[in-house]
Design a protein around this ligand. Structure first.
Ligand SMILES: *[C@@H]1O[C@H](CO)[C@@H](O)[C@H](O)[C@H]1NC(C)=O
Ligand SMILES: *[C@@H]1O[C@H](CO)[C@@H](O)[C@H](O)[C@H]1NC(C)=O
Ligand SMILES: *[C@@H]1O[C@H](CO)[C@@H](O)[C@H](O)[C@H]1NC(C)=O
Ligand SMILES: *[C@@H]1O[C@H](CO)[C@@H](O)[C@H](O)[C@H]1NC(C)=O
Length: 679
């Protein structure tokens, strides 16, 4: 195509107005309602661990969420401003997936309370009949929870949908009047758009125009995420001494960034600000900055975020604000779970989003909680040599977080992650299967032990169960039963090398994925297939780290040296003795360089066929990697954290073999190593 043709095409699009179309662009993949997908095997056990831990018990004793009258409480955090709302969003799916009658009763009572206290203007929450300023964002997680309640209990549809429409009408007026937004609401608008789009897609009730207008108001009065994610403006290092050129300082805040990732895919559905080949071609025209494309920008923004702030554990670093690549900078637990709830694949269809979310769930999430899920950190580090109070502040590598951020406990640094972290596993599980837009095909988006039972188009009743220890095994056995034949798609991660599939006991054949998905023809009746998904150990581009250090990866798992540790109880909750604050200190050397040419993968499958419970703790996973290491001089900084890995260090002792284990099972660790050449 020549320039002239481009120009003509461009002019044509401009005059016809590509986004004068009305309505929402359909998604490429659709979610299944809560309750149709469940965990099985080790993942079911992991959810039970969470349910028996802090997540499933905090409503009994944790003051922000334990008041009988949650939403009527006086505490700021006990209101729909934050704590109750976060808790509800997480515990609705936790309760349903874990089949916990206690949690299901609690979430049900919470919903009843909030809906029955909606005021005549439509406002939801405790600010009813008070003079408190009304800010919108605290309701967003509540509304996510309410939508999930409807999915699991369709009989609640009218009640919830009517309440949401009433709230939307009020919010629309507030937005037009310049009300309801403070700095956090101005950046967190993508979450409200998700709610509005759910209403639009499933229960518009004749309010399409109002819903669309509210989406546009949110976008045009909120932070400009399309600018935040542009190559020119995106911060290419720790943001400590940078000025945010968009004027919205909070867009560089980690949790907001995790939520902001959804902004462009969400707005694309109504801006129709296209992407793809045609617009890319048009993009070379000077006129065409106009056409600079929400979806391409979303994809570039995602890549920039991980290029400049990414961690080998899958996530990015932000100890409040984006924190660059140094291995001692922190990643907040809240941003880990928000990123797992990612929605980019549903709209954009690029499997890179799924690959990364799977890494985050299997590495960054479990690493920052104790194995029993009773104690959590605020910030995790790639190289973490202690989890202790870092007083005085001068010894703390986090410019904007307190010295307690590394401790494993009930509410280190801030309470938000105590109430928000339980959404991580449930959201991962409920997003593990999708359907194609015609609802004829199922797509298995994440690999792991899941099962689903749903009805596809033409009343095709299907059930699927995936039997596997993955990510602690390369083998997945999937059994599909279907009333009618259909095409099943399973994601093949980008890291798979030499993968095979064997269908109904047939010979193993090489995989042939298309855009990351392997199609399997499922017959009426039962189809069984076995995937074998080996991967090479890598220390390459994705894992090359600052100061010439390296990180080790194989398949979905990142491997780290688990520093032997002892444990001191710093505090214990008066009402709940299992809620403890723990200090971990290293009890052995961690100062090693490794020789990447000696990395050797070891698989010791459990004799019983089942993994230990819990699985994410020291030395429990059956996989490890051995490597030749030598002791080196490696300083500590401020007596509480490791200095940057030394470059070209000299060996100061005899070489030895050390074991690297899955990052998620380590609580103190070295994940980024200096290198040396062994003899
Ligand atoms: C859920 O729990 C109830 C008892 O509370 C039990 O009757 C039911 O069989 C359970 N359902 C599943 C799917 O395990
Ligand atoms: C708000 O106050 C009015 C007047 O006292 C009362 O009638 C109404 O029930 C209150 N609303 C809520 C939701 O508490
Ligand atoms: C289209 O998207 C780009 C990138 O997100 C943005 O800069 C531009 O303003 C958008 N145009 C419209 C008309 O929304
Ligand atoms: C833990 O180990 C550190 C370092 O060896 C030591 O100073 C500390 O006393 C130990 N604490 C406990 C509780 O054993």
């Amino acid at each position: 195509m020549n320039l002239r043709t481009n120009f003509v095409l461009g002019a044509l699009l401009l005059t016809s107005g590509v986004w004068s179309q009305t309505g929402l662009v359909p998604k490429q993949f659709l979610s299944l309602p809560l309750g149709q997908i469940g965990p099985s095997g080790w993942l079911s056990d992991q959810l039970a661990v969470q349910t028996n831990g802090l997540a499933g018990h905090e409503h009994e004793f944790y003051h922000y969420v334990s008041q009988t009258d949650w939403v009527g409480g006086n505490s700021f955090y006990s209101t729909l401003e934050e704590a109750g709302s976060y808790w509800f969003n997480a515990m609705v799916p936790n309760g349903v997936l874990a089949n916990s009658s206690v949690l299901n009763q609690k979430t049900s009572a919470f919903l009843d309370y909030v809906l029955s206290h909606q005021d005549s203007t439509g406002w939801l929450g405790p600010e009813v009949n008070t003079t408190k300023p009304r800010y919108l964002w605290g309701r967003y997680p509540f509304m996510f929870g309410a939508i999930q309640m409807v999915e699991a209990h369709p009989e609640l549809t009218d009640q919830v949908v009517n309440a949401l429409h009433k709230f939307v009408a009020l919010a629309n007026t507030m937005l037009h009047n310049g009300q309801g937004q403070e700095d956090w609401t101005r950046v967190r608008w993508p979450d409200f758009i998700m709610v509005l789009q759910w209403l639009y897609d499933f229960h518009p009730n004749g309010k399409e125009d109002l819903l669309l207008d509210t989406m546009k108001q949110l976008k045009f009065t909120g932070a400009p995420w399309e600018d935040v994610f542009s190559t020119e403006l995106f911060p290419k290092g720790a943001t400590d001494n940078m000025r945010n050129p968009t004027g919205f300082v909070l867009t560089w805040h980690g949790v907001n960034m995790a939520e902001g990732l959804k902004a462009l895919p969400a707005t694309y559905r109504f801006t129709h600000n296209q992407s793809g080949g045609l617009s890319r071609i048009i993009g070379i025209l000077p006129l065409m900055s106009l056409f600079a494309l929400d979806l391409d920008r979303a994809s570039e923004g995602w890549d920039l975020l991980f290029q400049y702030h990414g961690r080998p554990s899958g996530i990015f670093a932000a100890d409040e604000y984006l924190a660059g690549l140094e291995a001692v900078r922190g990643t907040e637990l809240c941003l880990v779970v928000e990123t797992i709830g990612s929605y980019l694949y549903q709209v954009i269809g690029d499997p890179k989003y799924l690959d990364r979310v799977e890494r985050i769930a299997y590495n960054a999430l479990p690493a920052t909680l104790t194995g029993d899920f009773w104690s959590r950190q605020y910030l995790q580090q790639q190289n973490q040599i202690a989890a202790q109070n870092m007083n005085p502040h001068s010894r703390n590598p986090f410019p904007n977080d307190g010295p307690y951020s590394n401790v494993f406990g009930l509410e280190p640094n801030y309470p938000c992650c105590t109430v928000n972290h339980p959404q991580g596993w449930p959201k991962f599980i409920t997003n593990s299967f999708l359907t194609t837009p015609d609802q004829k095909s199922l797509v298995q988006a994440y690999l792991g032990p899941f099962s689903t039972r749903t009805t596809l188009a033409n009343n095709n009743q299907v059930s699927v169960s995936v039997d596997t220890l993955y990510p602690f095994s390369d083998t997945l056995t999937t059994t599909i039963t279907a009333a009618q034949a259909f095409t099943y798609h399973v994601r093949i991660p980008s890291w798979v090398s030499g993968g095979t599939i064997s269908i109904n006991g047939g010979a193993a054949q090489a995989l042939s994925p298309n855009n990351g998905l392997q199609a399997v023809s499922a017959k009426a009746g039962t189809t069984k297939f076995v995937l074998n998904l080996p991967a090479k150990i890598t220390t390459g581009t994705f894992q090359s780290r600052p100061h010439g250090s390296i990180a080790v990866q194989r398949g979905p798992l990142h491997y780290a040296f688990d520093i032997p540790r002892n444990s001191t109880v710093l505090a214990r909750n008066a009402q709940e003795s299992r809620a403890v604050d723990l200090q971990f200190e290293a009890t052995a050397a961690w100062q090693y360089a490794i020789d990447p040419s000696t990395l050797k993968f070891i698989n010791s499958p459990p004799q019983s066929g089942a993994l230990p419970s819990p699985i994410f703790d020291s030395n429990l996973p059956p996989l490890s990697i051995e490597v030749t290491a030598c002791p080196i001089n490696w300083n500590i900084a401020g007596s509480t954290f490791a200095a940057s890995p030394p470059q070209n260090p000299a060996c100061v002792g005899a070489q030895k073999t050390i074991k690297l284990t899955p990052y998620g099972s380590t609580k103190l660790r070295i994940g980024e190593f200096p290198v040396f050449k062994s003899t």
